[in-house]
Design a protein around this ligand. Structure first.
Ligand SMILES: [Fe+2]
Length: 127
């Protein structure tokens, strides 16, 4: 269950998710990974999933404050990772994915070197 082990007041504990998706704070907008993918895909046919951090509100991209990596999962099944150095690389990634069945929603995690781990999901149907 997402957020199961989250300490409410400690941003570096557990996985951060928006408290109210209808009213995001600037901190949440800077860190929520935006997941773009089809709503429905065909079994065993490849498709693209784009994950972008800072799309809702720009996140700093400098040596002292940057997005370290983005990971993509389907449910709890690991699909891939992209890493960034800050400054010269931008925290967005496009993954080519093929699913034989739905393991759960697509799930992106991103890690900010200062503000910890953040999650977003997108429902997907495999037919
Ligand atoms: Fe940050």
């Amino acid at each position: 269950m997402p957020g199961q082990w989250k300490c409410e007041e400690d941003i570096l504990c557990g996985v951060n998710e928006p408290k109210d998706r209808e009213s995001l704070t600037d901190l949440e907008k800077k860190h929520i990974p935006v997941v773009e993918a089809p709503d429905k895909v065909r079994k065993d046919e490849s498709f693209q999933v784009k994950v972008e951090v800072g799309k809702l509100h720009p996140h700093p991209n400098e040596a002292a404050h940057f997005i370290e990596w983005i990971e993509l999962y389907c449910g709890d099944t690991y699909l891939g990772r992209a890493s960034y150095s800050g400054g010269a690389s931008f925290p967005e990634a496009t993954f080519k994915v093929k699913l034989s069945h739905a393991h759960g929603p697509l799930k992106a995690w991103e890690k900010c070197n200062i503000h910890g781990l953040w999650e977003n999901t997108k429902e997907i149907t495999v037919e």
